[in-house]
Design a protein around this ligand. Structure first.
Ligand SMILES: [Zn+2]
Ligand SMILES: [Zn+2]
Length: 292
């Protein structure tokens, strides 16, 4: 439960940063009557909505097991990260749409020193947010932080592409560099979105999370386990469930057989980080019936 608290803190801090950046752009953009800066401000505001989705996901995920969800609620966090990938697709759609209209109507974007400074500040804030959020996400094994940080990274790509375009135009590279850059950027963003969906579906659809060979080797190293088969693992990196069948000597009484299973459960939890539950099915050893 502690790591959820930490994830919540990280998200709150980033939410505050995003809202501050958004307000700065909106207010300044309205003051200097710059449509593109106001639009960028709304974009930053939409970034905060990703943080809010994350906070809701974390709130749902942090609830303890209950009668309706006996495996706990942690997957709510994984589920909510899908929303972030949908946001990424919306961002790339907007970048493409913008690129298309500029392609039809090639204009040299005007840039003032003020808007240039705002862009640099945003870039610095976003670089901090991405680095911090991504590292915390990996450390806390939080899907929502990692996904949200990829969203921030896509914003960084967009800002950098705008800067490169401006510099390119300054040194005399033709105007169509601008829409071409946008298309390249949107491909990166779509890729990030697909990666998030793939990662979430791996967890939600029970892709194998621990190499079966590793589980097998640990199992047969436990005294009394003669063989094992039907090894399965699934779940989030911080909430791995394993189940397997083991064969023990048929003359073993139920107390000893149960002891062997308990020892195996302990060993797996100790040797594989993130394992929270192990279910062992015991069978009497039969040479002709090894199901491997
Ligand atoms: Zn529930
Ligand atoms: Zn079996």
């Amino acid at each position: 439960m502690n790591s959820f608290k930490k994830v919540k803190q990280v998200l709150m801090l980033i939410l505050i940063l995003n809202v501050m950046v958004a307000l700065a752009k909106l207010l300044y953009g309205m003051y200097i009557k710059s449509a593109s800066m106001v639009a960028d401000g709304y974009h930053s505001l939409s970034d905060s909505s990703g943080n809010i989705v994350g906070l809701v996901g974390i709130y749902l995920a942090s609830k303890p097991e209950d009668e309706e969800h006996p495996y706990g609620h942690k997957k709510f966090e994984t589920f909510s990260s899908i929303f972030i990938s949908i946001m990424l697709f919306v961002v790339s759609y907007n970048v493409l749409k913008e690129a298309y209209s500029r392609f039809l109507n090639l204009v040299v974007p005007k840039i003032t020193l003020d808007s240039f400074i705002i862009m640099i500040v945003t870039l610095l804030v976003n670089t901090f947010v991405f680095t911090y959020e991504y590292r915390q996400g990996v450390k806390l094994k939080s899907d929502i932080l990692v996904s949200d940080s990829l969203h921030t990274k896509s914003d960084i790509y967009v800002s950098v592409s705008v800067l490169i375009t401006l510099i390119a135009l300054k040194v005399g590279i033709p105007t169509y560099i601008d829409p071409i850059m946008s298309v390249v950027i949107s491909i990166f963003i779509i890729k990030a979105g697909i990666e998030i969906i793939k990662h979430s579906s791996d967890i939600l659809c029970d892709r194998v999370v621990v190499d079966s060979k590793k589980i097998h080797d640990i199992a047969v190293s436990v005294k009394g386990v003669l063989s094992c088969h039907q090894i399965r693992s699934r779940g989030r990196e911080d909430d791995i469930n394993i189940d397997l069948h083991i064969m023990v000597d048929p003359s073993e009484n139920i107390i000893d057989a149960h002891d062997i299973a308990s020892q195996l459960e302990e060993r797996l939890k100790k040797e594989i980080p993130g394992v929270t539950e192990v279910i062992v099915h015991i069978e009497p050893y039969n040479k002709n019936e090894i199901e491997e």
